[in-house]
Design a binder for this molecule. Structure first.
Ligand SMILES: [Zn+2]
Length: 487
């Protein structure tokens, strides 16, 4: 007979422990939760249905956000003529070490080799040049959901793979003001995706010249902190100015009869965020998914005693599924006979389903259900007629609590460093974010990175002008920048 108290002892040893080795746990849990798997080509991965459902949820959320500004989805080709990419010098230099080139097609050597897109600025803007003639053709507000390839030597499931999925938004405007507003909107949508849905707090700021996107005027970035004290750059939005439009001749007749180049933005959010999601909220028992993004919010488990009546229990489970589904809650029922209940509990825990709903003979008799929180393990018995209210509150609480815990960790691990010694001590022990004055000279930035592995993550949008001295060279500095080691 099944004993509730025993379930914690089943098979837990199989999963590597997050508390012991984050990186081993991370790989192990992604494979065991069936989020992704290694593919035959090194550095590539298969995103399995459970992992892909998370990506689809993000797509749905983000599509909704983009529509509020009239951004539409389209599709541009995977192959880009190498000559097109070479047009913007800074851009091609930024990407050249990571390019995958097709040199043979249809058995013949190609005159102009094709690049497998690392990002689509060049191919899209060649088309924009064709489409834009007058201010009446503006703005162009296009996004595409696609895959890109950037050759990576060291890869890591979701966080760094040679091929990844993302959205790339590319807009063209009459004025720089309008372009900046667009770039900032996308930047704000990203914050909402992270904080409100994935429960990952982010610092929002601008990149230093050395860290910004190749070809951008300004790069806005969202920076999250992972449990090992390293930052994850999670989504960026760029004000491209007229850098690309001048190169690609995207010229238009202005309202007052002159000609000008369009003002552009590009912005991207990739499957990398899922890596950040898994790292942020998991524990020794597996990942923990915030309810707002979880493909399954509640797993219903009818628990039958050896001689119990399976039919009645199953009927109750199905009834509960209907009630919950009708209230817009994403539910699945586990009706399997095998493996054992304890093992199945563990499977759903590894997969991070926010709430487990148990119903057995006892609950049947008392017209109740048992709800178990994935994040805290807390159990409550609830009258069946109150289930919707309780479940909705519970999901809400879990969402809030995950964000709260992640934010506390992030805030506790954001420190000020007044001297370079202090800076080095932090970076070689706890890591995390360091706020420090920097003179904005790229040479100091490079030295700091070389000596501490910490790069400049961003200058927070909220940063005020101050009088300080550079942590490295001692020269005048007016801003405290955020530094961290990063993924
Ligand atoms: Zn300096």
């Amino acid at each position: 007979m099944y004993n509730r108290g025993m379930n914690q002892q089943f098979e837990k040893k199989e999963l590597k422990k997050k508390s012991e080795n984050l990186s081993d746990w991370y790989t192990d849990v992604i494979l065991k939760a069936e989020l992704a798997d290694y593919a035959p080509v090194k550095g590539t991965m298969v995103i399995r249905p459970y992992g892909y459902a998370l990506w689809e949820a993000i797509q749905e959320i983000f599509n909704r956000m983009m529509r509020t500004r009239g951004v539409e989805n389209a599709y541009f080709p995977l192959f880009i003529p190498h000559s097109l990419l070479e047009k913007e010098k800074e851009h091609v230099e930024g990407f050249s070490p990571q390019l995958a080139l097709v040199t043979i097609g249809g058995g013949e050597k190609l005159k102009d080799p094709l690049v497998v897109r690392p990002t689509s600025e060049t191919i899209m803007y060649a088309m924009y040049a064709k489409w834009v003639h007058s201010w009446r053709d503006l703005p162009i507000l296009i996004n595409q959901w696609n895959n890109v390839v950037r050759w990576e030597k060291r890869t890591y499931l979701f966080l760094r793979t040679t091929e990844f999925l993302w959205q790339e938004g590319h807009t063209a405007h009459e004025t720089e003001k309008e372009a900046i507003e667009m770039a900032l909107s996308a930047f704000e949508w990203y914050r909402q995706v992270f904080e409100d849905y994935l429960a990952i707090p982010v610092y929002q700021g601008i990149k230093s010249a050395a860290e910004k996107f190749a070809g951008a005027k300004t790069t806005y970035t969202n920076e999250a902190l992972m449990p090992d004290g390293k930052a994850l750059q999670s989504a960026t939005s760029h004000n491209l100015g007229q850098n690309f439009s001048k190169v690609f001749d995207i010229e238009f007749a202005t309202r007052d009869g002159k000609t000008d180049y369009v003002w552009q933005t590009s912005w991207g959010l990739s499957t990398r965020v899922l890596g950040g999601l898994f790292l942020t909220h998991g524990d020794d028992n597996g990942i923990i998914l915030p309810p707002k993004i979880a493909p399954i919010q509640i797993i219903i488990m009818p628990i039958r005693k050896k001689d119990g009546d399976a039919k009645i229990l199953l009927a109750r489970g199905v009834e509960l599924r209907e009630t919950l589904t009708n209230s817009g809650i994403r539910v699945k029922i586990d009706t399997r006979e095998e493996p054992s209940v304890g093992r199945r509990f563990n499977e759903w825990e590894v997969k991070g389903v926010p709430v487990r709903l148990e119903v057995g003979e006892r609950e049947l008799a008392s017209d109740t259900v048992v709800l178990v929180r994935r994040d805290t393990g807390e159990k409550v018995t609830v009258a069946r007629k109150e289930i919707i209210t309780v479940v909705q509150k519970l999901l809400n609480d879990i969402q809030k609590s995950l964000f709260h815990n992640a934010k506390k960790f992030r805030d506790d691990n954001t420190r000020d460093a007044a001297t370079y010694d202090e800076f080095k001590n932090i970076m070689s022990s706890t890591r995390g974010f360091i706020r420090a004055f920097w003179c904005e000279d790229a040479a100091c930035e490079a030295k700091i990175k070389e000596e501490t592995k910490a790069s400049i993550r961003c200058l927070p949008l909220s940063a005020k002008k101050e009088n300080g001295t550079c942590i490295y060279c001692g020269k005048k500095a007016i801003h405290r920048w955020f530094f961290a080691q990063s993924y």
